[in-house]
Design a protein around this ligand. Structure first.
Ligand code: FAD
Ligand code: NAI
Length: 473
């Protein structure tokens, strides 16, 4: 009998398993994905087909694009620059195997029992596991943590054929750079993978249903980043709903509705990235009192507990942003609660990053959300064009915006479009965890010259005390 059985070895599940074992609980982690030798492959979407391979290609494609287009200004000429896509893909695949192998090692070091197979909870303390050969085993456990993740959404107007019409996984594996690439969905995946292939030479068209670009981001970021991505060559069609697609000998023909008119386009490949759906089907017996909401998420309370007290669910399969770090933190919280400790998650401070170039990142609330909630606030903004370091590194596009409470000056949100946006937001987030005000950030010494100084200046600007830009009054 285990104390904890974790279903799913992604960043939510494997972290929960390691933490539970570290806390002295007898733990196993079941994973259905296996390699050629039948051993479980841990790491989930994030390590195998998500965060890591996409960031590897984003970095490689950025270097190629920089070498091709942006080094001349530094006085560096590279004649005969060539792309070796196979080598770029091999590098990505090597990083993935290194990291997934590393997780297997971590589970072993932490005394977590690995189990290969597809798991289904049949009773609160009994889990049926079916391995790749179809052999079944029932494992008993005091607690179960469901961490089964999510999968790409398929739409009827563009069904995946995994050759010409692909999901994000297929888009990480093209063997040639498509001449014309269509991307359905201008969300996080559409922009990141659209950028990868655009940098490598594809003519990319992003077809996005909403009229607003990046509707979940701060409005200034949506406006400025749309302008920048268009300048970079991404053709972004907003307010465009895909109505049909047809695979032909030459490629894919698509039709979308824009301003009440049918528009047709042909592409060599089509990536469909219109969101992901939770993997909640067939994970537990229907007799168990666990609810699934309309979108397929397993219903849990703020501590990730389901309707059955010893069954928990974490990561992409439950409400909240589908982000690796959110799932991992939930994993830690649940393991600690099972071990009888007090633990909670601060859902208000989960950071978001879009790894385009320049990067987009934010934490906390944006202006639209605060207006909707009727909260009075003040803002400070600093453009990277006024940052010495950003100019020196040739990355002076974008800005940092700090939003604080009008009365108390407590920081409510930080939004960055520009160099090292993710790292700058992380610094702000740490201060927010400690309840910092913009004045506190303004009183903090930042190294010079760093791009982070833009955060300092934006914080000073909230109270009209910026040094390197004009103040509001
Ligand atoms: P998953 O990682 O999906 O893992 C679930 C695991 O459970 C899988 O290994 C699956 O095989 C296994 N499983 C499912 N059902 C069963 C079963 N019945 N029995 C046994 N095993 C089962 N997030 C970020 O934070 N940063 C990023 O930069 C980022 N980039 C991304 C890029 C792409 C292209 C994609 C697709 C996603 C990206 N994400 C990113 C999102 C991130 O990958 C997910 O939020 C994260 O992987 C969710 O973790 P999880 O553990 O909940 O689920
Ligand atoms: P998304 O929710 O970010 O974007 C999907 C987009 O598709 C939306 O803008 C939506 O309006 C649009 N859309 C939906 N249906 C459409 C249709 N029929 N035609 C045209 N457009 C349509 O989802 P995405 O990009 O698939 O990513 C899934 C998840 O993966 C995200 O929620 C994100 O959390 C995670 N992810 C995170 C990354 C990061 O943290 N950097 C990177 C990649 C993915």
């Amino acid at each position: 009998m285990y104390d904890v059985l974790v279903i799913g070895g992604g960043p939510a599940g494997y972290v929960a398993a390691i933490k539970a074992s570290q806390l002295g609980l007898k733990t196993a982690c079941v994973e259905k994905e296996v390699n050629d030798s039948g051993k479980a492959v841990y790491g989930g979407t994030c390590l195998n087909v998500g965060c890591i391979p996409s960031k590897s290609l984003l970095d490689s494609s950025h270097r190629y694009h920089d070498a091709k287009k942006h080094l001349e200004v530094h006085g560096i000429d590279i004649p005969n620059l060539n792309l070796n896509l196979k080598k770029m893909m091999d590098r990505k695949n090597k990083i993935v195997s290194q990291l997934t192998g590393g997780i297997t090692g971590l589970l072993t070091t932490n005394k977590v029992t690995p189990i290969e197979g597809m798991a289904k909870i049949i009773e609160p303390t009994k889990v049926l596991i079916t391995n790749a050969k179809g052999e079944e085993e029932i494992v008993e456990t005091k607690n179960v943590i469901i961490a089964t993740g999510s999968s790409p959404i398929e739409i009827p107007s563009a069904k995946f054929d995994n050759k010409l019409i692909v999901d994000s996984t297929g888009a990480l594996e093209f063997e040639e750079v498509p001449e014309k690439l269509g991307v359905i969905g201008g969300g996080v995946i559409g922009l990141e993978l659209g950028s990868v292939w655009s940098r490598l030479g594809s003519e990319v068209t992003v077809i996005e249903a909403m009229d607003d670009f990046l509707f979940m981001a701060d409005k200034d970021i949506s406006r400025d980043s749309l302008k920048e991505f268009k300048k970079q060559g991404l053709n972004i069609e907003l307010g465009s709903m895909l109505t049909a697609s047809k695979v032909t000998k030459k490629g894919v023909e698509v039709t979308f509705l824009k301003n009440d008119e049918d528009v047709s386009e042909s592409f060599d490949k089509l990536i469909v990235a219109v969101g992901r759906k939770p993997n909640s089907e067939g994970i537990f017996d229907e007799s168990l009192e666990i609810n699934i909401d309309q979108k397929g998420f397993i219903e849990v309370d703020e501590f990730c507990q389901t309707g059955v007290s010893n069954i928990w669910a974490i990561g992409d399969v439950v409400r909240g942003p589908m982000l690796a770090h959110k799932g991992s933190e939930e994993g830690v919280m649940v393991a600690e609660r099972i071990a009888g400790k007090f633990a909670e998650m601060n859902y208000a401070l989960v950071p978001s990053v879009i790894y385009t170039h320049p990067e987009i990142a934010w934490v906390g609330k944006n202006e639209s959300e605060l207006k909707e909630e009727g909260i009075d606030y003040k803002t400070g903004k600093f453009p990277f064009a006024a940052s010495g370091r950003a100019l020196a590194v040739d990355q002076a596009t974008g800005f940092v915006k700090v939003i604080s409470d009008k009365k108390t000056d407590t920081i409510l949100g930080v939004h960055v479009f520009g160099p090292s946006a993710a790292e700058i937001v992380q610094q702000a987030l740490i201060s927010m965890e400690f309840g910092a005000s913009s004045e506190d950030l303004g009183l903090t010494i930042f190294s010079h010259p760093t791009v982070s100084e833009a955060l300092h200046e934006a914080a000073l600007s909230v109270n009209n005390q910026a040094i390197h830009i004009g103040n509001k009054k």
